[in-house]
Design a protein around this ligand. Sequence first.
Ligand SMILES: [Cu+2]
Length: 584
Amino acid sequence: MELPETENRGGGAPRHHLTWRRIGGGCSAPASVGPEPEAARGIGRSSAQAVVDAAIVEHTFHVGNLTVERLGQRQVITAVNGQFPGPKVEARNGDTLLVRVVNNSPYNITIHWHGVLQRLSAWADGPAMVTQCPILPASSYTYRFSVTGQEGTLWWHAHVSFLRATVYGALLIRPRLGVPYPFPAPHAEHTLLLGEWWNASSTLVDVERQAFLTGGQPANSVALTINGMPGLHARQMEMHHLRVARANTYLLRLVNAALNYQLFFKVAAHNFTVVAVDACYTDPYHTDVIVIAPGQTVDALMHAGAAPGRYYVAAQVYQSIANATYSATARALLRYEDDDAAGEGEAAKVVKMPALNDSATAQRFYGSLTGLLRDGKPTVPQRVDTRMVVTYGLAIAPCLPAQTLCNRTRGSLAASMNNVSFQLPASMSLLEASRSRSRVGGVYTRDFPDRPPVMFDFTNAAAVNSNMSLMLTSKGTRVKALRYNETVEVVLQNTAVLATENHPLHLHGFNFYVIAQGTGNYFRKRHKRKINLVNPQQRNTIAVPAGGWAVIRFTADNPGVWLMHCHLEAHLPFGLAMAFEKMN
Ligand SMILES: [Cu+2]
């Protein structure tokens, strides 16, 4: 296994210590120091070898402050290379990526390559304190990994504090040269990154910090965005435009980079054929609405078959939690090339969106997708070595001493998996501790339970919320150790503690098969006929139905420490996470 490169640029060592105190918590030392990957340098894609072999795709990410204006307000955000959203990374199946991250921002930073399997490169995965110590201000770090065996739309984002709100971009993996897509070739493609915008007078790091201190929910965003633009004004400023030519077919690459909201996505007078989700090909699925949870991606073909003109593109919040009221919409504009003669005055066609709590539409989309079977490609494991039942949801925890604004009678909002509220280590990353055996003891324990500690009627809101012992949780850094190549089945069961909600659960290091999903409590015998062991969809992030369950399977064939967590950013510091440890 390759060790990461760590270096300190510009500043002396004392800078590190000062930074740690200011940001709070963290590694006592930089992550393991490894060799500079010199051998890889200078082999650009222009190399003739790239035609037959994999190429090296190199980028440098300068992370720093950027002043932007949105919704009539100027503010300073953290961004990569002065761009918001950040630069697009493009590669082909089999390429090696070499991304040097130079941290000129005042914050600790890491970059996660969301959905990249990181086979034999766990050090490059990116979650802070899981696979690496954060990159300190005035330091740099080089991520090196290959994307062999993967095709489709993925993305990259910061994986520390709430910085991914503005530190994110697309990661597109195309088939090897000369290899076609398993669907009709599109005329062109458009990448649409869906995000959220805060008009915060403070920074996103402060938003997270304030939520921690009070033990409550973080402040809400004020708008959604499409490629960084809210598109709210009639004058169509701050609006992303997509140009299409009539009768052509386009590949839309959608990424939900929003922190806390699932989204409905529609284009007025146009339909889609979904061909992949989370960079895993699907059977073609025809729909007029796409539903996408934070962390997920969707590749969909769209035929430009409408009359010449302009059409609104809209992304609107989908909320599964009861009594939700936040219902933001971002807009972009689809323009036909032949529309230029029509002039600016003509109104664009509007799009009718589902209700913000339309779970039926959401579940129809999420539950209808099936995986595309391809000759010679692996299929779902038929035999299971390890079975787990993991309950998860919101919870209440005693206020920590550091939560100085927390109401000690009420307690702190929290979340848990099998009633363990996950706490990141402070002294060293989980992966580093895992590699240095003797140091595991003080960092984590290998006793994440295979089942909930007590069985109860998980989704019975009245019963659950009148029983304080079911609502209380406690902090722990507990992992589930797996043997090499064992097959794992996990039943993910939402609970009604405080409220049922559709949580998008993301597993690092693996794609998993979603063999069944449904509402209520899962019973293995009763739900047997819902199990799909032929062509289930594969994903890296599953939006499990609110007050429901999903059954996933994967093969533990990738050494490392792999986080599984809710991709609603608000729930990660609450502790809605656990980790799998796969030994060498
Ligand atoms: Cu969640």
